[in-house]
Design a protein around this ligand. Structure first.
Ligand code: ZN
Length: 133
Protein backbone atom coordinates (compact mmCIF):
# COMPACT_ATOMS: atom_id res chain seq x y z
CA UNK A 1 0.00 0.00 0.00
CA UNK A 2 1.29 3.43 -0.89
CA UNK A 3 -0.64 6.59 -0.09
CA UNK A 4 0.69 9.59 -2.02
CA UNK A 5 -0.73 12.40 0.14
CA UNK A 6 -3.91 13.61 1.80
CA UNK A 7 -5.95 14.69 -1.20
CA UNK A 8 -8.78 16.24 0.79
CA UNK A 9 -10.64 16.29 4.06
CA UNK A 10 -14.42 16.17 3.76
CA UNK A 11 -16.35 18.30 6.24
CA UNK A 12 -20.10 17.89 6.69
CA UNK A 13 -21.97 21.18 7.05
CA UNK A 14 -25.64 22.05 7.27
CA UNK A 15 -25.17 24.98 4.94
CA UNK A 16 -22.21 25.92 2.75
CA UNK A 17 -23.55 29.47 2.63
CA UNK A 18 -23.41 29.71 6.43
CA UNK A 19 -20.15 27.79 6.94
CA UNK A 20 -17.96 29.26 4.23
CA UNK A 21 -17.44 32.54 6.10
CA UNK A 22 -15.20 30.81 8.63
CA UNK A 23 -12.95 29.36 5.92
CA UNK A 24 -12.87 32.55 3.87
CA UNK A 25 -12.88 35.35 6.42
CA UNK A 26 -11.15 33.71 9.38
CA UNK A 27 -8.77 31.21 7.74
CA UNK A 28 -8.28 33.34 4.62
CA UNK A 29 -8.96 30.54 2.13
CA UNK A 30 -10.58 30.97 -1.24
CA UNK A 31 -13.36 28.79 -2.56
CA UNK A 32 -12.11 27.81 -6.02
CA UNK A 33 -14.94 25.49 -7.06
CA UNK A 34 -18.44 24.42 -6.18
CA UNK A 35 -20.03 21.32 -7.56
CA UNK A 36 -23.14 19.25 -7.10
CA UNK A 37 -22.64 15.46 -7.10
CA UNK A 38 -26.17 14.29 -7.76
CA UNK A 39 -25.69 10.55 -7.20
CA UNK A 40 -24.35 11.29 -3.71
CA UNK A 41 -26.96 14.00 -3.09
CA UNK A 42 -24.37 16.53 -2.02
CA UNK A 43 -23.23 19.99 -2.96
CA UNK A 44 -19.52 20.62 -2.44
CA UNK A 45 -17.31 23.67 -2.01
CA UNK A 46 -13.54 23.31 -2.35
CA UNK A 47 -10.74 25.25 -0.67
CA UNK A 48 -7.06 24.58 -1.36
CA UNK A 49 -4.48 24.43 1.46
CA UNK A 50 -1.09 23.56 -0.04
CA UNK A 51 -1.75 20.43 -2.05
CA UNK A 52 -4.63 19.37 0.20
CA UNK A 53 -8.22 20.43 -0.24
CA UNK A 54 -10.96 21.02 2.24
CA UNK A 55 -14.25 19.84 0.82
CA UNK A 56 -17.37 21.24 2.47
CA UNK A 57 -20.28 18.86 1.95
CA UNK A 58 -23.89 19.96 2.14
CA UNK A 59 -26.86 17.62 1.68
CA UNK A 60 -29.17 18.32 -1.25
CA UNK A 61 -31.91 16.05 0.06
CA UNK A 62 -33.08 14.60 3.37
CA UNK A 63 -31.93 11.08 2.45
CA UNK A 64 -28.43 12.27 1.54
CA UNK A 65 -25.62 10.44 3.39
CA UNK A 66 -24.50 13.87 4.61
CA UNK A 67 -27.93 14.62 6.09
CA UNK A 68 -27.85 11.27 7.90
CA UNK A 69 -24.31 11.89 9.13
CA UNK A 70 -25.21 15.32 10.56
CA UNK A 71 -28.35 13.87 12.16
CA UNK A 72 -26.26 11.25 13.98
CA UNK A 73 -23.02 13.08 14.72
CA UNK A 74 -23.57 16.75 13.99
CA UNK A 75 -21.48 18.92 11.73
CA UNK A 76 -17.76 18.25 11.49
CA UNK A 77 -15.10 16.11 9.84
CA UNK A 78 -16.80 13.52 7.65
CA UNK A 79 -13.99 11.71 5.84
CA UNK A 80 -10.33 11.74 4.91
CA UNK A 81 -9.26 11.08 1.34
CA UNK A 82 -5.88 9.71 0.31
CA UNK A 83 -4.47 10.11 -3.18
CA UNK A 84 -3.39 6.76 -4.64
CA UNK A 85 -2.08 5.72 -8.03
CA UNK A 86 -5.11 3.51 -8.69
CA UNK A 87 -8.30 3.56 -6.62
CA UNK A 88 -9.34 0.12 -7.88
CA UNK A 89 -6.00 -1.45 -6.95
CA UNK A 90 -5.94 0.24 -3.53
CA UNK A 91 -9.50 -0.98 -2.79
CA UNK A 92 -8.57 -4.49 -3.80
CA UNK A 93 -5.43 -4.43 -1.69
CA UNK A 94 -7.19 -3.40 1.54
CA UNK A 95 -10.08 -5.80 0.85
CA UNK A 96 -7.51 -8.59 0.63
CA UNK A 97 -6.34 -7.47 4.09
CA UNK A 98 -9.86 -7.92 5.47
CA UNK A 99 -11.18 -4.35 5.30
CA UNK A 100 -14.88 -3.96 4.55
CA UNK A 101 -15.51 -1.72 1.55
CA UNK A 102 -18.40 0.61 0.83
CA UNK A 103 -17.35 0.71 -2.83
CA UNK A 104 -16.07 -2.52 -4.31
CA UNK A 105 -14.74 -0.59 -7.29
CA UNK A 106 -14.08 3.04 -8.12
CA UNK A 107 -16.88 5.40 -9.07
CA UNK A 108 -16.91 9.02 -10.20
CA UNK A 109 -16.85 11.66 -7.49
CA UNK A 110 -16.46 15.41 -7.43
CA UNK A 111 -13.80 16.87 -9.75
CA UNK A 112 -14.18 13.72 -11.92
CA UNK A 113 -11.98 11.80 -9.51
CA UNK A 114 -12.17 8.03 -9.31
CA UNK A 115 -13.17 7.48 -5.70
CA UNK A 116 -13.90 4.56 -3.40
CA UNK A 117 -14.79 4.41 0.30
CA UNK A 118 -13.73 2.02 3.04
CA UNK A 119 -16.30 1.24 5.70
CA UNK A 120 -15.62 3.09 8.99
CA UNK A 121 -16.40 -0.10 10.93
CA UNK A 122 -13.14 -1.49 9.53
CA UNK A 123 -11.04 1.65 9.99
CA UNK A 124 -11.46 2.62 13.62
CA UNK A 125 -14.38 4.90 12.89
CA UNK A 126 -12.70 7.03 10.20
CA UNK A 127 -14.60 7.09 6.93
CA UNK A 128 -11.71 6.68 4.50
CA UNK A 129 -11.62 7.43 0.79
CA UNK A 130 -9.10 6.54 -1.89
CA UNK A 131 -9.03 8.74 -4.94
CA UNK A 132 -7.08 9.20 -8.15
CA UNK A 133 -7.44 11.29 -11.27
ZN1 ZN B 1 -14.11 12.95 -0.56
Amino acid sequence: MKLDYIEHIGIAVKSIAESRGYYENVLGLECYAMEEVSDQKVRTAFFMVGQTKLELLEATSEDSPIAKFIEKKGEGIHHIAFAVASTDEALKEVADKGITLIDKSARKGAEKMNIGFLHPKSTGGVLTEFCCK
